[in-house]
Design a protein around this ligand. Sequence first.
Ligand SMILES: [Zn+2]
Length: 164
Amino acid sequence: VDHCQECDYTYDLSTARAAAQAIRGQVADIATVLRGPGELGKRLVPEVWAPVEYACHVRDVLLVQRERALSALRNDKPACPPMGRDERVEHDGYATQVPEDVARQITDAAQMFTNVLDRLGDSDWSRSLVYNYPEPTERSLEWLAVHTLHEVQHHLRDIRGQLA
Ligand SMILES: [Zn+2]
């Protein structure tokens, strides 16, 4: 069983069909944090992202996962080129983005990704793609859904940790 000790998330493919709703709920929580008080663009320690940087990362994950899911629907076992997790922080200037803008964008990104999930039929959930991380592995859209929920949950915890 795949389990994340840090945020206590267990990968369970039988929960894939409930992932969309959970993603929308947790992204709403991130948007609430972004609209609240705190030094959202400031890192507490140099090597740990600021809250707005985590939120930008989650937004981009949702947009990338949407494209991967759509690709898996029209192609057989498509590859997933790396999203450039760390490069984007600088290339897209994550730390300088306006929290209110990111709150709006992450909400839309969640709606856009989960709309694709909501439209999957029974046979679509087993369509697969080749995921790169941590090593090239064939994964189903069920896995993509639960993995993306884990990303959201894990980083919501990171964001709250930076503000605690
Ligand atoms: Zn986790």
